[in-house]
Design a protein around this ligand. Structure first.
Ligand code: PLP
Length: 369
C-alpha cells in the first residue's frame, strides 16, 4: 500500500493559517510590540533560564506564574489557566464547549482563528455580522442567544481587526441573557485600559482571555491565560495538552510578569502614537480611518492591494485585508515606533500622490486627444 486515505472531512477546503509574515524592515502586520523586552529584563531571564532543569517535564499548570497572575487579578489560583499562547486556549474552548451538534456564535469581521477552530471541531458557526461601522448588532446577538441553542460566544474587546472595544454594558446584558459560555478576548486590553474582570464573580458563564504576545513583547514565547470560574477552568483542564507550556516559557513569563511595570511607558507611547497615526492618516485624500482602542489602525482606501504592495516594496509590511469578507479595501497597520509610523504614513502619502498624479495625467491626455 502506498496511498493514503483522505484526512477528516472537516479539513476539506480548509486553508492553513498564514500570517503572511514576509521579510521587511518595519513589521507592522502582526500587532506585535515594536520594542523587544529591555536589556535588564533579558538579563534576568537569561540568569533564570540557566537554572531550569531541561531533563524534567515542566509544571503542567505553570503554578508559579499562575499564582502571580491570580494575585494580580485578585483571584484564586483555581480561577486561572496558563496556555501556549492565547491560541491554545481558544482551541481548548472549541474542544470543551464545541463539537458535533454544538453551536458557536461569532461576530464577524473578527479574528479568523475562532471560526477555523469551530470547523476543526465540527462545531456549527452561527454568524451575527457587525454593522457597517463594525459595532456589534447588540439586539441581534441578544435575540440569537435567546433561541437557546448557542453553546459559546466569543466577544473580542478590542475587536481584531476592526479596533473598538465591546461596550461593557452589552457584555453584562449578554451574560445575563444566556447560559452559553461567553469568552471575552482581551488580547489587547492593555491598550484600551478596559476589562470585564469585575463581572467575573457574578457571572459563572464568563471567561476572559489575555496574552503576553502584544503589550508584553512576548509573541515569540507563546504564553496566554484565561480567568474564569473554577468549574469552567476544570473543563478546560480536561481537554488541554498537559505539557503545553514549556519550562523556559514559564520562567520567561514569570520574569516579565514580575517586571511588567517596565512595559508601561512603551504601552503609553503606543497609545499616543495611535492617535498621532490616525490623525495623520485622516489628512490623506480618499482614506477612511476607523477609530481604534488597540495597538493598530484599520484603514480603507481604493486600491488597497496596490497600496499594500507599494508599502511592502519600500520595506513596510502591513496586513492586507482588502479581499477579506466585510473588510474589502482595508489594511491594518500596527502602531510601531515613531520612526516606523512616520515611514508608514509618509509612504502611504507618497502612494496616494503618485497615483492621483498619474490619474490627473491620464485625464489630461484623455482631454487633449
Ligand atoms: C494575538 C491575539 C490572540 C492571542 O495570541 P497568542 O499569541 O496566541 O497569545 C488572541 N486573540 C486575538 C484577537 C489576538 O489578536
Amino acid at each position: 500500500m502506498n496511498r493514503v486515505r483522505a484526512a477528516a472531512p472537516q479539513l476539506a477546503g480548509l486553508v492553513p493559517y498564514d500570517p503572511k509574515y514576509l521579510p521587511a524592515e518595519a513589521y507592522l502586520s502582526a500587532n506585535e510590540n515594536p520594542r523587544d523586552v529591555d536589556a535588564e529584563v533579558r538579563a534576568v531571564i537569561a540568569k533564570r533560564i540557566a537554572e531550569v532543569p531541561l531533563n524534567r517535564y515542566p509544571d503542567p499548570l505553570a503554578n508559579r506564574l499562575r499564582d502571580m497572575i491570580a494575585e494580580a487579578n485578585g483571584l484564586d489560583r483555581a480561577c486561572v489557566l496558563v496556555g501556549n499562547g492565547g491560541d491554545e486556549l481558544l482551541f481548548d474552548l472549541a474542544l470543551a464547549w464545541g463539537g458535533p451538534g454544538r453551536s458557536f456564535l461569532n461576530l464577524p469581521p473578527t479574528f479568523s482563528v475562532y471560526e477555523a477552530n469551530a470547523r476543526l471541531t465540527n462545531t456549527r458557526c452561527v454568524n451575527v455580522p457587525r454593522r457597517e461601522d463594525f459595532s456589534i448588532d447588540e439586539e441581534a446577538v441578544l435575540a440569537r442567544v435567546a433561541a437557546g441553542d448557542i453553546d459559546f460566544v466569543i466577544v473580542t474587546s478590542p475587536n481584531n481587526p476592526t479596533g473598538l472595544r465591546a461596550p461593557v454594558a452589552f457584555i453584562e446584558q449578554l451574560l445575563a441573557a444566556t447560559d452559553a459560555l461567553v469568552l471575552v478576548d482581551e488580547a489587547y486590553f492593555e491598550f484600551s485600559r478596559e476589562t470585564v474582570r469585575p463581572l467575573l464573580e457574578a457571572n459563572e458563564n464568563l471567561v476572559i482571555l489575555r496574552t503576553f504576545s502584544k503589550a508584553f513583547s512576548l509573541a515569540g514565547v507563546r504564553l496566554g491565560y484565561i480567568l474564569a470560574n473554577p468549574a469552567v477552568i476544570e473543563e478546560f483542564l480536561k481537554v488541554r495538552q498537559p505539557y503545553s507550556v514549556d519550562a523556559l516559557s514559564q520562567v520567561v513569563g514569570e520574569v516579565v510578569f514580575e517586571m511588567r511595570a517596565r512595559f508601561e511607558p512603551g504601552i503609553r507611547e503606543i497609545i499616543e502614537e495611535r492617535a498621532r497615526v490616525a490623525e495623520a492618516l485622516r489628512t490623506l485624500p480618499g482614506v477612511t480611518v476607523y477609530p481604534s482602542d488597540s495597538n493598530w489602525v484599520l484603514l480603507s482606501l481604493e486600491g488597497a492591494d496596490e497600496a499594500w504592495q507599494y508599502l511592502y516594496d519600500r520595506g513596510i509590511l502591513v496586513r492586507d485585508f482588502s479581499r477579506a469578507p466585510m473588510l474589502e479595501g482595508c489594511l491594518r497597520a500596527t502602531v510601531g515606533t515613531p520612526e516606523q509610523n512616520d515611514a508608514f504614513v509618509g509612504t502611504l502619502r507618497a502612494f496616494i500622490i503618485e497615483r492621483n498624479g498619474m490619474r490627473a495625467q491620464a485625464a489630461r491626455l484623455e482631454e487633449g486627444r
